[in-house]
Design a protein around this ligand. Structure first.
Ligand code: ATP
Ligand code: MG
Length: 140
């Protein structure tokens, strides 16, 4: 088992419904430690860069509009196998497919407004953390 760091976002649908604390409780319950966290409003450029991998997808424009529709909470989570562990507690992208007890099953409104993001690999976790946080903001 490896101590890993992953990048997480509490998306605008969740901050709008005042769910930051409830999402954080589920992350902590799963054994993830929130070692950095800040509430920001993404710029259009931030959102387009962040989801650039999806820019050819039909939902890209709406996804960017959604991500800048309200504040988000960006986070760095640390724990044993944090990347896979966070993906487990998040649940499937579409809340209809998400397992009982997961964040998306519990809180997501739709496949787009699905409450949380989590990095999908070590390489992407490192890129995403460095995009939003300075090294001095990571307090393990
Ligand atoms: P994320 O990258 O946000 O953690 P994910 O890895 O589960 O989610 P991706 O396939 O990377 O899913 O999609 C990125 C995001 O794009 C999703 O979380 C969701 O907000 C949105 N999305 C994905 N598929 C669709 C779709 N078919 N229609 C609308 N929005 C979508
Ligand atoms: Mg993804």
């Amino acid at each position: 088992m490896a101590l890993e760091r992953t990048f997480s976002i509490i998306k605008p649908d969740a901050t709008r419904r005042n769910l930051t604390g409830k999402v954080n409780a589920m992350l902590e319950e799963a054994g993830l430690r929130i070692i950095a966290q800040k509430r920001i409003r993404m710029t259009r450029e931030n959102a387009e860069t962040f989801y650039a991998v999806h820019k050819e997808r039909p939902f890209f424009g709406e996804l960017v509009d959604f991500m800048i529709s309200g504040p988000v909470v960006v986070q760095v989570l640390e724990g044993e196998n944090a990347i896979a562990k966070n993906r487990d507690v998040m649940g499937a992208t579409n809340p209809k497919d998400a397992a009982e007890g997961t964040i998306r099953k519990t809180f997501a409104e739709s496949i787009e407004a699905n409450s949380v993001h989590g990095s999908d690999s070590q390489a992407n976790a490192a890129i995403e953390i460095a995009y939003f946080f300075a090294g001095s903001e990571l307090v393990g």
